[in-house]
Design a protein around this ligand. Structure first.
Ligand SMILES: *[C@@H]1O[C@H](CO)[C@@H](O)[C@H](O)[C@H]1NC(C)=O
Ligand SMILES: *[C@@H]1O[C@H](CO)[C@@H](O)[C@H](O)[C@H]1NC(C)=O
Ligand SMILES: *[C@@H]1O[C@H](CO)[C@@H](O)[C@H](O)[C@H]1NC(C)=O
Ligand SMILES: *[C@@H]1O[C@H](CO)[C@@H](O)[C@H](O)[C@H]1NC(C)=O
Ligand SMILES: *[C@@H]1O[C@H](CO)[C@@H](O)[C@H](O)[C@H]1NC(C)=O
Ligand SMILES: *[C@@H]1O[C@H](CO)[C@@H](O)[C@H](O)[C@H]1NC(C)=O
Ligand SMILES: *[C@@H]1O[C@H](CO)[C@@H](O)[C@H](O)[C@H]1NC(C)=O
Ligand SMILES: *[C@@H]1O[C@H](CO)[C@@H](O)[C@H](O)[C@H]1NC(C)=O
Ligand SMILES: [Ca+2]
Length: 596
């Protein structure tokens, strides 16, 4: 089938069926005529296409949506029309198993032989309609999965424990990597069938996701070498065992130092850090583009005694409203807070500095890394007790649920308290999660040689001021891949070798998977998927990455760092700065084996 002869025959045959509009005659000419249940059923992957999976043709639904407008940090604002094709399949070996997938299908006139998988956030395996437009915009069929969890809105934690209290390992497997593998393999075939793309022609396959969605992306690249031609991956929740427990580090710092700062005090430390470090990058624009220089040169002690003031709030809302959507229970509605008026204390500074130093065990060894200076201290949020009129512990939702449900196997939303929890306890929890779910969730396999050999390309972005997944977590993975794949090469040569298929871009001032309200001029890269497509399909490797929505148009490729020169800092240079690079290097000496 793949010999040159058959390719030629297929090409000739396709040129017979392809009309002037480059659409085979038996593909409906309009989105409306394509968007029927019968047509979608006929385009389903054939029985036996995926071993062990049975698609239920009766489950197919099609919904035509015209002129719907979408905007996001992850794609340019757009008005699009698409057909929502949804169907269910089951793993034949598992009684009662049902997995639902949704694919948005573009109009025949805009389809460009592409498929795009999209991922979730927090404990959600998909981001609903917030992520799918990215595919339609690039002429792709775009997919999401429910992971087999019961509905598109059911998150993993709802099905993780069985009624008998034991782990539902199929759900771990699906959340970890398998559901996305199936989504992509079925989606690419569906796209081919819907538009009758001849076997000789390639349907390009891509991925876009951030946070948990970023981890889902890496889970595929690490395992399924030729599944995706390209991937745009943001702030991935990789090193899962460490990452989830790390949400509790700030709480344990507060408990250990016995000081629960008013949120306004930490917010003031952040705004003073931004003001002090802004100009270190050569341009005063309200953005700390060089948090590494901030780490090297800013002494947080200088904030001592500075007054802070925040008005009372009525509460309500939720701070989980960004991309991707997180469950209310992970980011509950905020309680009312009183007026906060005081001055920055030595205890507040000690909490902030200890958090920034990264988690260390009782022997002073580095267990995990922390947020960059100028990032928000979200994990350190405290709760106001209106009886005692004091600030106290507020356990991080993501961290508390991870330990209570996924490590301790209790069907509860969080830990009841942190009594007796020390830095060593956090380390033990990190190792427990890493070990228990090593092959399913850790997602740090640094050997990408299969992906590289298959010709894959990946663009990895991370907000430098991310307050949920530290930017250093991505840099450390980048370096782990570099070291493991090119051990014989020096630093510059191994970086150049990695550049052939894997490029990392930090977003100045960027927050978690989007721009930062505290440093709005930093913007966010909105066309990364398009850039990956250009790299894959036209060989256009991006030296820098286009940025949007702020005052910075261009992102430097790591390890080069941004520096503004010229009159008033108008010229951006991407510079090599060894002292800065060294601040992004971590020696996790608390472990007996390497932490990739
Ligand atoms: C969608 O927009 C196009 C272009 O503005 C317009 O011609 C068409 O009538 C619209 N369709 C619907 C269903 O509103
Ligand atoms: C797609 O259609 C299905 C079936 O009507 C619906 O349940 C689902 O919410 C839709 N999903 C998206 C992302 O549009
Ligand atoms: C900041 O103050 C603390 C407490 O007084 C002190 O231990 C620490 O060395 C100071 N750090 C710097 C960089 O001056
Ligand atoms: C904040 O506290 C200072 C010092 O106690 C006081 O002068 C000021 O009026 C207070 N501001 C508000 C808005 O309460
Ligand atoms: C507030 O403090 C009081 C007294 O210590 C305690 O009984 C109560 O449980 C606290 N409330 C909350 C919401 O923690
Ligand atoms: C704290 O939570 C643990 C469970 O992690 C429980 O066994 C213990 O009784 C709780 N302690 C207090 C003081 O509430
Ligand atoms: C690596 O490259 C940079 C320029 O990109 C140069 O300044 C530096 O000296 C090089 N390092 C080594 C060890 O060659
Ligand atoms: C540089 O900035 C200063 C202060 O904002 C301004 O007065 C000056 O005109 C600027 N110079 C140029 C060349 O833009
Ligand atoms: Ca700046």
């Amino acid at each position: 089938m793949h010999s040159p002869f058959w390719s030629l025959v297929a090409a000739v045959l396709s040129s017979v069926v392809v009309g002037a509009a480059c659409t085979p005659r038996d593909v409906p000419g309009t989105l409306e005529s394509l968007c029927t249940k019968a047509y979608a059923q006929a385009a389903l992957p054939a029985p036996g296409f995926y071993h062990g999976i049975a698609i239920n043709p009766a489950s197919v639904t099609t919904t035509l949506v015209t002129n719907a407008s979408f905007s996001s940090e992850w794609f340019p604002a757009n008005t699009i029309s698409y057909c929502n094709v949804t169907f269910a399949y089951s793993h034949v070996a598992i009684p009662g198993d049902v997995v639902q997938v949704t694919y948005w299908v573009p109009s025949p006139s805009t389809f460009k032989n592409r498929y795009v998988s999209t991922g979730g956030g927090g404990l959600a395996i998909n981001s609903g309609s917030r992520s799918l437009p990215t595919g339609i915009i690039v002429g792709a069929v775009a997919g999401l999965t429910d992971g087999g969890f019961g509905s598109f809105n059911t998150q993993w934690d709802a099905v993780f424990l069985q009624a008998d209290g034991k782990v539902n390992w199929q759900s771990v497997n699906m959340f970890g990597f398998q559901a996305h593998h199936e989504l992509a393999v079925l989606g690419k075939e569906l796209a081919r069938n819907l538009f009758k793309v001849p076997r000789a022609n390639k349907v390009y396959s891509y991925y876009q996701g951030c946070s948990e969605g970023g981890r889902e992306g890496w889970s595929q690249l690490q395992r399924f070498a030729d599944q995706f031609d390209g991937a745009a991956i943001g702030a991935p929740a990789i090193r899962y065992g460490q990452q989830q427990v790390n949400h509790l580090t700030s709480n344990v710092v507060e408990q250990t130092l016995n000081y629960y700062p008013p949120p306004c005090e930490l917010a003031k430390i952040v705004s003073l850090t931004i003001a002090a470090c802004d100009g270190l990058d050569g341009r005063v624009d309200g953005v700390v583009s060089r948090s590494d220089l901030c780490k090297l040169h800013f002494n947080i002690n200088t904030t001592l005694g500075t007054p802070y003031f925040c008005p009372a709030t009525t509460g309500g809302g939720s701070d989980g409203g960004g991309f991707p959507p997180l469950a209310k229970r992970q980011f509950p509605p905020m309680n009312p807070t009183p007026l906060q008026n005081g001055t920055i204390t030595a205890a507040g500074i000690a909490v902030a500095q200890t958090i920034l130093n990264g988690l260390r065990d009782s022997q002073g060894r580095l267990v995990y890394l922390s947020y960059q200076p100028a990032a928000g201290f979200s994990d350190a949020g405290t709760a106001y007790n209106t009886t005692t009129n004091t600030w106290g512990l507020s356990i991080s939702g993501l961290g508390g649920e991870w330990v209570r449900r996924f490590l301790q196997l209790k069907n509860e939303l969080t830990l009841p308290n942190l009594s007796g929890v020390t830095y060593d306890t956090l380390k033990a929890w990190m190792i427990q999660g890493q070990t228990t779910y090593a092959d399913m969730l850790q997602t740090t396999n640094p050997d990408l040689s299969g992906f590289q050999a298959a010709g894959g390309k990946v663009l990895h972005v991370h907000g430098e001021a991310d307050d949920s997944i530290p930017a250093g977590a991505s840099v450390h993975y980048y370096n782990a891949v570099r070291r493991v794949m090119f051990p014989q090469l020096g630093y510059n040569a191994s970086t150049a070798a990695l550049d052939a298929f894997y490029r990392l871009f930090l977003v100045p001032g960027g927050a978690h998977c989007g721009p930062n309200a505290a440093m709005p001029a930093g913007g966010w890269p909105q066309t990364t998927l398009q850039t990956v497509i250009d790299w894959v399909e036209r060989g256009a490797a991006p030296a820098t990455l286009a940025n949007s929505g702020g005052g910075i148009d261009t992102l430097c490729r790591f390890p080069l760092r941004p520096l503004w020169t010229g009159t008033n800092g108008t010229k951006l240079e991407c510079v090599y700065d060894q002292a800065s690079i060294d601040t992004w290097t971590y020696n996790f000496d608390a472990y007996s084996s390497p932490l990739y």
